[in-house]
Design a protein around this ligand. Structure first.
Ligand code: SF4
Length: 283
């Protein structure tokens, strides 16, 4: 059994055969093994969606939050114990829809967390309604005449609100995706990784072939330190870039908390305040 396979649980994934989730699962396991992440100091927080089932298939401490809410759980865990490596596995419907406010807040704060989005343009778990990244006109059960909304662009959004690492991968290219996951996890600060993840059952438009005809890798000469250049690449529509769009060094939210400068909150003694004076004042 390979080291990556040792991260499997006894439960084989119940994703549809061919689902892009398998590629993300494989890349994440590769990254955890290659980075030698200590499993006793690694936490993965999942949202609700097909992606969230991964909590059952990956033998790493995990917590499945509410729909759209994996980021606040992850931020709380990171502040409580900033020695943890905290990774969020989320969906486009989950964290770019109901949870998008939490995503913006996490970017602005530069919380030291990695957030990986399964971007398949639909709500797969609830049988294929259009998600926020679906193109205008996308026909689904919830939008039989085509969605009237413009698609949300996760790369442009996170660039505009201050994420300090922004990248994109493709579930059909596991070796490249592994490198993207490793770079995101290795980044100090909020790392956002959008992953094209074909939903083979409910999205018959954005298929593996559809992506393969459009994706390309950012050139080696591309320098991810120029926000304007990153925006220009993010806004490309006919061709879809993969790679690291933007990366900057910036102090993190946790760096700004003197309360955890010496030791994590979870190791600090809990002091019971003396309320005697206050109670006497109120009686
Ligand atoms: Fe994957 Fe779509 Fe099946 Fe969900 S419904 S497991 S996203 S193929």
């Amino acid at each position: 059994m390979s080291p990556a396979e040792e991260l499997n649980t006894a439960v084989f994934p119940n994703w549809c055969p061919g689902c892009g989730d398998f590629g993300i699962w494989a890349a994440l396991k590769n990254a955890i093994v290659q980075l030698k992440l200590p499993l006793d100091k690694t936490l993965i927080v999942y949202g609700i969606g097909c992606h969230g089932h991964m909590v059952n298939f990956l033998n790493v401490h995990g917590f499945e939050g509410l729909h759209g809410r994996p980021l606040p759980v992850a931020i709380g865990a990171k502040i409580a114990n900033h020695e943890l490596k905290v990774i969020v596995i989320a969906g486009d419907g989950d964290t770019l829809g109901e949870g998008v406010g939490h995503l913006i807040s996490a970017c602005r704060g530069n919380h030291d967390i990695t957030c990986l989005i399964h971007d398949n343009q639909v709500y797969g778990l609830t049988t294929g309604q259009a998600s926020p990244t679906a193109s205008r006109g996308h026909k689904s059960k919830s939008t039989p005449e085509g969605t009237l909304d413009e698609a949300l662009d996760p790369i442009a959004l996170t660039l505009s609100v201050g994420a300090s690492f922004i990248a994109r991968g493709f579930a059909g290219d596991i070796s490249h995706l592994t490198e993207m996951v490793k770079a995101a996890i290795g980044h100090k600060g909020f790392a956002f990784l959008d992953v094209y993840q074909p939903c083979v059952t409910f999205n018959k438009v954005n298929t593996y072939d559809w992506f393969r005809q459009r994706i390309y890798k950012l050139e080696e000469t591309y320098k991810p330190d120029d926000k304007k250049a990153a925006f220009a690449r993010a806004l490309e529509r006919d061709r879809l870039p993969l790679g690291i769009f933007y990366r900057e060094k910036r102090s993190t939210f946790e760096d700004g908390l003197p309360q955890i400068a010496k030791t994590p909150l979870v190791t600090q003694p809990v002091k019971t305040p003396d309320l005697t004076g206050l109670l006497q004042e109120l009686t």
